[in-house]
Design a protein around this ligand. Structure first.
Ligand code: UD1
Ligand code: CA
Length: 455
């Protein structure tokens, strides 16, 4: 008996009050549905079917990287109807696990237990909630055996007092779904075909029906509005922060870190408050990340320090570098070992050699810089002529005085020296001094302007 997974994702998600289909709203930077797909894939299913309806095109496009059998549900007539749309693609002797595209935090282990429980007949994942309002309630007979599910809207006062709820997640042999789904009616408050109705049909025929319970409430939390989206986000971040700390990362405040993607850390990494990590970020041993830094797709080698308020994107930082505070490393920046990028420095497509220093208020773009270079405050590589971008080549050991403009294309060979305040437009040969500024004149006996008397 192989496993097939059906993920329901056709609903509109009206309460999100959004133009974006609900299952595409991001959790930790990735669509809700992607989290569910990733969890499903951990179970190694023989096939993965996703039922889409509202915003189907957009949803398929966003998740086109996965190998999925997309199933269209033109009208959203209920969860039972949705699963039925997938049944023509499911092999009769397999077992089917039904997941919701808007319930992203379920653990694979919980799902494995549910699938195991469904070998001989349908199995339902249930949970006890302090506030079960809105959920389908679990009905049990005098012996405590599962008898069915009644939706909140259809439930009597007594039934509404039941705190055991249907999480919505269910597994069943495909044969059972094929037998019972076509017999589910829509004679209820919402006029919908309810998936859980297969349970009472199975019970009536004496089929063994079982239930498993979820570990925590959060595991089964569905996202219906943005308040719940935030609850799920916070829980996800809390789990990640805990994982990081257990791996040996020190967090200044576990509640003030956001990881939207993957974060790999070496030993003894320190992360101060309000750091945001996006995409793929890796931090070597002993790296320190200051407060309020944003790193997106960045590698930071061992021993480097990123000082507060720095923004790094698609960049790589060498060992023992010092970056920031207030540095902006844009895509294509590669900083060599032991280099220093100081405050209010912006870099882009720049190779900064080992031990070089760009300490203050500079723009370094489209630049190949050797090692041991010193770039004075306020230096600008003028890489753009309004039409094309040009490169600046700076050799080893070059010294560029403060407030220089380096007009690209330009080459300054090794050990070249640029006087402060220069506008450099011509190549500087090895060891030369370039001074490109007006000569200073001092005018003796000069008189300052005096305040004029009005009238
Ligand atoms: C459902 C369950 C309820 C359970 C609750 C848990 C039914 C009838 N009710 O209620 O017992 O307590 O989940 O969260 O199953 N969907 C489709 N096509 C449809 C209808 C829904 O794909 O025609 C998808 C939705 O996109 C969503 C999921 O199925 O991902 C659940 O639908 P929703 O309408 O939210 O069900 P609930 O009323 O929450
Ligand atoms: Ca729901």
């Amino acid at each position: 008996m192989k496993l097939e997974v059906v993920i329901l994702a056709a609903g509109q998600g009206t309460r999100m009050k959004s133009d974006l289909p609900k299952v595409l709203h991001p959790l930790a930077g990735r669509p809700l549905l992607q989290h569910v797909i990733e969890t499903a894939l951990e179970l190694d299913p023989a096939a993965l079917h996703v039922v889409t309806g509202h915003g189907a095109g957009q949803v398929r496009q966003a998740l086109s990287a996965y190998s999925i059998n997309w199933v269209e549900q033109e009208q959203q007539l209920g969860t039972g109807h949705a699963v039925l749309q997938a049944m023509p693609f499911v092999q009769r002797d397999n077992v089917v696990l039904v997941l919701y595209g808007d319930v992203p935090l379920t653990r694979a282990d919980t799902l494995r237990a549910l699938v195991t429980a469904a070998t001989d007949g349908p199995a339902l994942l249930t949970a006890r909630l302090a506030d079960p309002t809105g959920y389908g309630r679990i009905l049990r007979d005098a012996q405590g055996a599962l008898a069915g599910v009644v939706e909140h809207k259809d439930a009597s006062e007594d039934q509404r007092a039941i705190d055991e709820v249907n999480t919505g997640l269910l597994a069943a042999p495909a044969a059972d779904l094929l037998a019972y789904l076509p017999r589910v009616g829509n004679d209820n408050q919402q006029g919908e075909y309810y998936l859980p109705d297969i349970l009472s049909l199975a019970v009536a025929e004496g089929r063994p029906v079982s239930s498993c319970s979820a570990d925590s409430e959060l595991e089964i939390l569905g996202v219906n509005d943005r308040v719940q989206l935030n609850q799920v986000e916070r829980e996800y971040q809390r789990r990640l922060a805990e994982q990081l700390m257990r791996q040996g990362v020190t967090l200044a405040d576990a509640a003030r870190i956001d990881v939207r993607g993957s974060l790999d850390c070496g030993t003894d990494v320190f992360i101060d408050v309000n750091a945001v990590f996006e995409g793929q970020v890796s931090l070597g041993a002993g790296v320190s990340i200051g407060a309020n830094c944003v790193l997106r797709d960045v590698d930071v080698a061992a021993g480097a320090t990123i000082h507060p308020m720095s923004h790094l994107q698609e960049a790589s930082v060498g060992r023992d570098c010092n970056i920031g505070p207030y540095a902006r490393l844009r895509p294509g920046t590669v900083v060599g070992d032991g280099a220093r990028i100081g405050n209010f420095v912006e870099t882009k497509k720049a190779n900064i050699g080992a031990g070089s220093k760009v300490n203050h208020l500079s723009y370094i773009g489209d630049c190949e810089m050797g090692g041991g270079v010193n770039i004075g405050a306020g230096t600008i590589t003028c890489n753009y002529d309004g039409v094309n971008k040009h490169r600046t080549d700076i050799g080893d050991g070059v010294f560029v005085g403060s407030n220089s403009t380096l007009v690209a294309p330009l080459q300054i060979e090794a050990e070249g020296f640029v006087g402060a305040g220069s506008t450099v437009t011509k190549a500087v040969a090895e060891g030369e001094l370039a001074v490109g500024r007006a000569r200073q004149r001092n005018i003796a006996g000069w008189e300052r302007p005096r305040k004029q008397n009005k009238d």
